[in-house]
Design a protein around this ligand. Sequence first.
Ligand code: FPP
Length: 229
Amino acid sequence: MREVPKHIGFIMDGNGRWAKARLMPRTAGHLAGLKALKKVIKGCVEEGVSYVTLYCFSTENWTRPKDEVDYLMGLFSEKIMGELPFYNENGIRLLTLGDISVLPDDARKALLEAVEATKGNTKITVQLAINYGGQDEICRAVNAALAEGITKITPEVIRAHFDNPDVPPADLIVRSAGEKRLSNFLLFDSAYSEFVFYDKLWPDWGAKDVSAAIDEYNSRTRKFGGVKQ
Ligand code: FPP
């Protein structure tokens, strides 16, 4: 029987190249990427995926040109709440992942508002990874545990101090646009993830690509360090 991964993480790469190929500014690629993201979430809902994590802005993305960073922050502040009908029609609960305390006020407020407005939706949970880095996530969790007086750090302690400890580890991590690296994404929770890589640029993605990635996932044998009988 075809197994649907419970949690898929997407590294949405290739927006810049997509725009460049069309002689458009990089920011146009991010807007097109946002449209693709909605199609991909819909595909995940149709497939019965319970959790999706989207790598929207990394702890390293601040080094990009200021106009690109400002544009992305503008997308977070202006586009998130406008999609409320889309989230509610599709049963999407939004969560943020990453240290959003340093975001511009309007972006942070819009994100918190969207999380609050969708908290009753139960079909799928979508984590928006913003100012997210896997190393930062682990350090923040360890520091939070130490601040509570915990002196023995274990994998369970670290996980319990994550932003959203109820979200399970990723079963499948998908990267678009040909690069084969993790780029500081879900470092802790990818310990036993399956990885799939596609050349297609992110703005060209849609529901069919989700289905193809799940097919590829089904060709893998997961052993979690054990032995498959
Ligand atoms: C990587 O492609 C993409 C990003 C750093 C940004 C992803 C953001 C979105 C798809 C928009 C999300 C918006 C909301 C409101 C959730 P790249 O720019 O590195 O592409 P390149 O490698 O071709 O240059």
